[in-house]
Design a protein around this ligand. Sequence first.
Ligand code: NAD
Ligand code: UD1
Length: 336
Amino acid sequence: MILVTGGAGYIGSHTCLELLEAGHEVLVLDNLSNASPEGLRRVERLTGKKVELVEGDLRDGAALERLFGSRRIEAVLHFAGLKSVGESVEQPLRYYDNNVAGTVKLLEAMGRHGVKRLVFSSSATVYGDPSRVPVTEDMPLSAANPYGRTKLIIEDMCREVFRADPSWRIALLRYFNPVGAHASGEIGEDPQGVPNNLMPFALQVAVGRRPVLNVFGGDWPTADGTGVRDYIHVVDLAKGHVAALAKLDALGGCVPLNLGTGRGVSVLELVAGLSRAVGRPVPHQVVARRAGDVASVFADPTRAAQLLGWRAELGLDAMCADSWRWQSQNPNGYAR
Ligand code: NAD
Ligand code: UD1
């Protein structure tokens, strides 16, 4: 069976669904600090298959010991972590403890039990402000905030674990900007409080929970002056994990892989796409730039295509239509 840490969350729950559809048995470890168990119940309904949810924390060595001691775990998909950039600046130690110390505990337990196959949720944030786009995996890495640094440290840790014991197989999946939801509209992203990211904020404006979307900067050196990112449909991303798992042994080491579409989309293009999906304009206004932002980041996804035989298939219209289906059918998310 596959252990999915953080499997009750946004990307994890979509990945559990794709794993089940691909015939894997799935065990989730999640402390539910940023998720509701309802998402996994819906995954079970959609697939007609069981997902075992163990409510527990990555940093609880005894809980990990019980998990690894009592099941035959083939590989770990490691999503569990805190992910808010602003919060990480205010509470850095909480991020180092949860993300870095939690991963140390996980890798220790894996090593002790001879489970040396890992797929880790990294992020395009490890490229900092890239010197050119599209971004390739060999470009220099840097961290602009504590959240980003936890990803860099964990990547470094994985590289060193592999160097010390080359029998490990590790994929470091660098996600670009995940958006969208399962086509059923039954599972999706359910942010707590004010969303930081563009799509969840725009969706809450579209559904009437907030009056207007602030577009951070209209004077970036991009075609329409707004920031450009590589939005990737979460179902494509989830399938990327199933592909990484299938190819993990063949990858033969500790390998970073960009998971993106390769296509840059501006804030205004995304707002236009969402307005088409909703059937009316999403109210927005251009305001000052957000501190720490960069003009344009998008992936070169060639390596993932070559090594995993995977590429993103869903475009902006599907991302917007599926996001809107989830948001309009669940205006208050899972209503935790
Ligand atoms: P999410 O918050 O929805 O999912 C993370 C899950 O981990 C949650 O269910 C949370 O309850 C759980 N969790 C957190 N700390 C834990 C701990 N100590 N023990 C057990 N469970 C714990 O976030 P997501 O968007 O699904 O992101 C998943 C992963 O992908 C994260 O590691 C994130 O940093 C990374 N990532 C996300 C994005 C994005 O834009 N969503 C982009 C790049 C990378
Ligand atoms: C953010 C995180 C990054 C993380 C990534 C993926 C920051 C500084 N960085 O980056 O670490 O890996 O998400 O989830 O938070 N925008 C608006 N109005 C909004 C929100 C965003 O105009 O209300 C714009 C931004 O200026 C940017 C684009 O939309 O141009 C995307 O923003 P966002 O969704 O926050 O993602 P990133 O900036 O790529």
